[in-house]
Every structure is written in structure tokens, then in C-alpha cells.
Ligand binder design. Structure first.
Ligand code: PLP
Length: 460
């Protein structure tokens, strides 16, 4: 095989036992869960790929940091350690901890957006879109066209369509656009990266029209690694310098630290140099999150985060992490299984529409494949397709998504090569009996965000 698995740049000091139920038991459990993977108990899952968010393994250094955590209510040493790390890595004057990514959005967005305003992004993550809307504004996506075709292997499928962005600003009127958001990597498009050139172009437009630019920075280190691999100008630049350059083009950032900062809970707001905005952020933070020097986190969490920010930037780690995805992708290439390509940073998005062409969008091929992966090997994944998208709020009719993906999201430093082979083997086995896989129908659903709670039933 052309792609070799890159050996782990760590050894294992602590283990957590996982068990694999037999096929009969899995059949029973998924039926009890109403064919919704979110309803499964974690202990009934063998390989849990539901998300890479907060599911990471901390290092011995981070656990040592947990023990050192300073729990002072105000001015804890762990807070100052985090601020130093944040300033050093991002080059921003102001760093504010919060309890997770959506908290950063809840604190910052109402200060920049209100009713009648618009926010434009390469692609909004679902909670980010929700907080734009909760602030009274509307959210618009402007991702490049090639992101929408899983078979096109473009290097920066996460990019903003700059021409479309400018057209949209002109159509809406620049005074009505409160914020531009660059999501790096572009999670909803399959963990696809954004180039520095695209950041520069977007920043220049924002400057021309006087619109603030925010980075939604959950996977900033993976994005920097892709830039080093794929953008000629940066092939000899360190991850740290690429990161600094990337953030230099924006005014603020919001970050879920549960991804690339390799902790189980945490978030950050960064402000380049705007004291006036910081005063307002502090006021919101105290109301929603807690005093400014802990922001909804324990001192031990602040300490682990200050260490995790650096560990996530380590180039050997990033090479191994992206290498895991490339290894899995190569096994699927061999088997002729299609996915959003080239493979992204934090997960592999299988093209369920291509694998199960007999299942129409309104019988949920992405969800059918997710259920099948659990049946086949005890693997938990999720649908990123029409099942997740839900119904038109006005007509109640099922919406048709651009993609029908099943996402295998990879927790950091958790699974080994043998687990990746289980994933590939399971997909190959399902491909062989694909024509017998049935679609699903929803038998009960809540009015919004139904995929977390809905009950399903296999079709005959
Ligand atoms: C996870 C994520 C968020 C939200 O962060 P939480 O920590 O889950 O609240 C926002 N944006 C992106 C791109 C994310 O991946």
C-alpha cells in the first residue's frame, strides 16, 4: 500500500478498557436506541467516532498541570500561564478564557451583531450559526464551489469564495454586514483547510469595507499543518510562525479548545488590540461565564489548556494525526469507497450517497451507513446529511442536503493503527452487502436539532 501508517510519537502510560459486544447484542442495543447513535450508552460502543470534541487523551504533562492547577477565584497563577501561552501563540494582546466554543460566541457575537445585520462565513458551524441568529442577525455561507463536490481533490476546499463574498457585501450593503467569520479548518465542509492567501484576500476585503474579521479557530493547528504541506510559500515555515501569520489577518477569534488544544473542556476569545471591546467582553463574561480570570473553567482546566495549546502545535504530533486520516483514506481508495477528498484534518467523511445509491436523501443514506457501522463493528459515527439538516421550518417538508456524509471523527491520541484497520474493514464489509442495506424513516422528532433526539425505524 502506498501510504504507511505514521507511528505514534508517544507511548501509552494509562489505558482504558473498552469491550466489544457481539453482533446480536449490538443489534439489540441499536434497536433500543431507536436507531439513533446519540441514544447509545458510551460503554456499548467499541470505537467511538461520534466527535473529536473533548474526547482527546491528555498527556502526562497536562495531568501534572491538573495537579498544579491554582484554584484562586481571582488572579490564579493558572490563568496567567494560559494568558502567556495565548499571547505567545496567537500574537494577540487580549485572551479571555470561557468554558467552550459556543460560550465564546455567546459572549462576543452580541457585541458585534444585532437585528437586521448579517454575518458571512466560509461556512458556519452549527452552534456558530445559532449564536449569529440568537444575536438577531442572519448567517450566510460563501464557501468555494469545489467544496461541494467530494471527488474534486483541491488543496484548500475550506476557502472563502472571495468574489462571492464581495458581491454579497455589495448586495447587502457594507453597513449591514456586522462580521466576517473564517472557520479554520472548515469543519462543515469536511475539515478542509483555508490558505493564507485566502486569509489575506478576505482580510483585504474586510479592511476595504470596514467589516471586522473573526476566526472560528477550533482546528487552527491542523490548518497550519495543511498550509505548510500545501502552500508553497510556507513549506519551510514553522507551525508556530504560520499560526501567528494566520491570526495576524483577523481582529478577533473565538475558539473551542476541545479540539486542537487537546483538552476535554475549554474555550477562548482572542482580541488583537481593542480595549473598548475587551471591556464589553469582560462584562458579558462575568454575567454568563464567571469572573474574567477563570471564565467558567476550574484552575486545573486553565493549566491543562495552557499546555495543550503547545502540544497541539507540535509538528511530529500533527504529522502523525493527519497521517492517521491519510492511512484510512488510502485503504478506502484501494476499496473504491468515496469520501470528501482529499481527506480533512479531524475526520473522514464517507460519501454515503455513493456507497448506498439505492437509498434516496429522504431515507437518510448517511444515517443508514452510521447504523450499519455500529452493527458491523461497534463503531459509532454520525450523519452529516439530510437527516441532520431536518425539515423546512415553514412547510415541514424534509430538506435535501448538498451532501450525504457519514462522519468518522477521530479523537486525538486515542486510537491505534489496528483500530483504523477495524474502521476500514467494516466499511469494506458494508460495501460488499451495500445493496441489502435499508433506509430509515423518522417516527418521532423534536421541532429543532432533531438528529440528537429523533426516533427512527428501518424501512422494509
Ligand atoms: C466545536 C466547534 C464550535 C463550538 O464549540 P463547542 O466547544 O462545541 O461549544 C464552533 N466552531 C467550530 C468550527 C467547531 O468545530
Amino acid at each position: 500500500m502506498a501510504v504507511k501508517y505514521i507511528p505514534e510519537p508517544f507511548r501509552i502510560k494509562m489505558v482504558e478498557t473498552i469491550k466489544i459486544l457481539n453482533r446480536e447484542e449490538r443489534e439489540e442495543k441499536i434497536k433500543e436506541a431507536k436507531y439513533n447513535l446519540f441514544n447509545l450508552k458510551g460503554e456499548d460502543v467499541y470505537i467511538d467516532l461520534l466527535t473529536d470534541s473533548g474526547t482527546n487523551a491528555m498527556s502526562s504533562e497536562q495531568w501534572a498541570g491538573v495537579m498544579r492547577g491554582d484554584e484562586a477565584y481571582a488572579g490564579a497563577k493558572s490563568y496567567y500561564n494560559l494568558i502567556e501561552a495565548g499571547k505567545d501563540i496567537f500574537g494577540y494582546e487580549i485572551i479571555q478564557p470561557v468554558h467552550q466554543g459556543r460560550a465564546a460566541e455567546k459572549v462576543l457575537f452580541p457585541l458585534l451583531l444585532n437585528k437586521g445585520k448579517y454575518a458571512i462565513s466560509n461556512m458556519f458551524f452549527d452552534t456558530t450559526r445559532a449564536h449569529v441568529e440568537l444575536a438577531g442577525a442572519r448567517a450566510i455561507d460563501c464557501v468555494v464551489e469545489e467544496a461541494k463536490d467530494p471527488s474534486i481533490r483541491a488543496p484548500f476546499k475550506g476557502n472563502m469564495d472571495v468574489e462571492k463574498l464581495e458581491e454579497t457585501i455589495n448586495e447587502l450593503g457594507k453597513e449591514n454586514v456586522g462580521l466576517v467569520v473564517m472557520t479554520i479548518t472548515n469543519n462543515s465542509a469536511g475539515g478542509q483547510p483555508v490558505s493564507i492567501q485566502n486569509m489575506r484576500d478576505v482580510a483585504a476585503l474586510c479592511k476595504k469595507y470596514g467589516i471586522p474579521l473573526n476566526i472560528d479557530a477550533a482546528r487552527f493547528s491542523e490548518n497550519a499543518y495543511f498550509i505548510k504541506q500545501r502552500e508553497e510559500e510556507f513549506k519551510n515555515t514553522s507551525i508556530k510562525d504560520i499560526t501567528k501569520e494566520m491570526f495576524s489577518y483577523a481582529d478577533t477569534f473565538t475558539m473551542s479548545a476541545k479540539k486542537d488544544a487537546i483538552v476535554n473542556m475549554g474555550g477562548l476569545i482572542g482580541i488583537k488590540d481593542n480595549e473598548e471591546l475587551y471591556l464589553k467582553v469582560k462584562a458579558n463574561c462575568i454575567s454568563f461565564e464567571g469572573f474574567t480570570t477563570y471564565g467558567g473553567l476550574a484552575g486545573r482546566d486553565l493549566e491543562a489548556l495552557s499546555i495543550g495549546l503547545y502540544e497541539g502545535q507540535d509538528e511530529d504530533f500533527l504529522k502523525y494525526r493527519i497521517g492517521q486520516l491519510e492511512y484510512l483514506a488510502a485503504r478506502l481508495d484501494e476499496a473504491g469507497i468515496a469520501y470528501q477528498s482529499p481527506v480533512g484534518g479531524h475526520g473522514l467523511f464517507v460519501d454515503a450517497k455513493a456507497l448506498l445509491p439505492h437509498i434516496p436523501y429522504n431515507e437518510f443514506p448517511g444515517q443508514a451507513l452510521a447504523v450499519e457501522l455500529y452493527r458491523e463493528a461497534g463503531i459509532r459515527t454520525c450523519d452529516i446529511g439530510s437527516y441532520m439538516l431536518g425539515n423546512d421550518p415553514d412547510t415541514g417538508e424534509q430538506l435535501k442536503a448538498d451532501f450525504e456524509f457519514t462522519r468518522l471523527a477521530i479523537p486525538r491520541r486515542v486510537y491505534t493503527q489496528a483500530h483504523f484497520d477495524v474502521m476500514a474493514d467494516a466499511l469494506i464489509a458494508i460495501k460488499e452487502r451495500a445493496s441489502s442495506v435499508k433506509g430509515y424513516r423518522v417516527v418521532w422528532e423534536p421541532p429543532i436539532l432533531r438528529h440528537f433526539q429523533a426516533h427512527l425505524e428501518p424501512l422494509k
